[in-house]
Design a protein around this ligand. Structure first.
Ligand SMILES: [Zn+2]
Ligand SMILES: [Zn+2]
Ligand SMILES: [Zn+2]
Length: 354
């Protein structure tokens, strides 16, 4: 029998496999310490600004009428919409429009789930697909935007969530953002998207089911417990009165982080004005740190939330696009992450504190 300390030494040399808090998903955390976050910093392909950007002020007629606009009316923010026919407003701060090429489109007559799905593996892609034009300024990305502007974007997410989640055919409202060519953004104007679907996506459903099982067994919310655990540990990135940002234990993306509210709520529908403010600050700070640390990388983010359930706790997940998933990941569903979340958190924290 080798000595305990030499066994430990041997074990330390292995990469780790880690399972997600809630999902049945494994990741290999590669411990090759030569991979530092700054190694992922590289020149990024610049996205050309279209000569005639359909999201820029003055080009409103290139897109469908806005389903919602925020306007500054004598210093107070007003929520309006474009008329269905005729002139579209050029006076807006945030503009929400139907996507011209929707993945899910609204029903022509009121539809309920029973009319959408035929059998267990077929249905119609009925729902809503909207684009949130985040600013009249083409390049006003949330990492650099005015806080008041980010607050308006969050308020637009909230308003659209409330409206769409009330529709009889909607089971889930996905709010997400693609930034950069390699993360799937086809237009460079600052924007997010919202897709309302007639089913709950599997990732959220699995999280929800695991959270319900945890609640049943331990009488507590698993997300509240994850926050408690992560805010004391080495994966914490930042914490304030209302939010905790951390690199998740089994991150599948290098530099991945989650922004989780301390107040337990299933979705963003009823978050307070204070939380909106804090959310804007928290999001800006963490996205700015990512931008600074790895040279403005492409990323996606998405809000996970459920429409009506007590057993869920909304959060925003940020997935920097810094790795290429290839044969192993695609054929097995096991990921390899070359930046341990502990290292990601340490470096992001350093940039935020600097
Ligand atoms: Zn533009
Ligand atoms: Zn909770
Ligand atoms: Zn989630």
């Amino acid at each position: 029998m080798p000595h305990v300390s030499s066994i430990l030494k041997i074990l330390m040399q292995y990469n780790e496999v880690r399972k997600d808090y809630l999902l049945d998903r494994w990741v290999v955390i590669a411990k090759d310490r030569s991979r530092r976050p700054t190694d992922l910093s590289k020149p990024r392909p610049q996205m050309a600004k279209a000569a005639n950007c359909p999201m820029c002020v003055g080009n409103e007629s290139m897109t469908p009428p806005a389903v919602m606009l925020f306007q500054n009316l004598h210093g107070s923010i007003k929520k309006v919409q474009d008329p269905l026919t005729g002139k579209r407003s050029k006076d807006w701060l945030v503009r929400v429009i139907p996507n011209l090429y929707p993945a899910f489109s609204p029903p022509k007559y009121p539809k309920v789930t029973e009319q959408i799905f035929k059998g267990i593996n077929f249905g119609y892609a009925i729902g809503d697909h909207e684009v949130v034009v985040e600013s009249p300024e083409h390049n006003e990305e949330p990492a650099e935007a005015e806080l008041s502007q980010i607050e308006l974007i969050i308020k637009a997410y909230i308003e659209r969530f409330k409206e769409l989640s009330n529709k009889p055919y909607v089971k889930y409202v996905s709010v997400f953002r693609n930034f950069g060519l390699e993360a799937g953004a086809s237009l460079s104007h600052a924007h997010s998207q919202i897709i309302a679907t007639p089913m709950i996506p599997p990732v959220v459903q699995q999280e929800q089911q695991a959270a319900e099982a945890y609640l049943e067994k331990r009488g507590r919310c698993v997300f509240c417990d994850i926050i408690e655990q992560e805010r004391r540990g080495e994966r914490l990135i930042l914490e304030n009165d209302a939010f905790v940002v951390f690199a998740p234990y089994a991150s599948i993306n290098p530099m991945e982080f989650w922004v989780v509210p301390k107040a337990h709520a299933a979705n963003i529908a009823n978050i307070t004005a204070e939380e909106v403010k804090s959310f804007a600050q928290t999001l800006k700070k963490s996205l700015k740190a990512l931008k600074t640390l790895v040279n403005n990388p492409p990323y996606n983010y998405g809000i996970h939330q459920t429409i009506n359930t007590e057993g869920y706790h909304w959060h925003l997940e940020v997935y920097p696009k810094l790795a290429i998933w290839a044969g192993f990941e695609k054929s097995t569903g096991i990921y390899i992450n070359t930046i341990p979340p502990e290292v990601a958190a340490k470096e992001l924290k350093k940039v935020i504190k600097a």
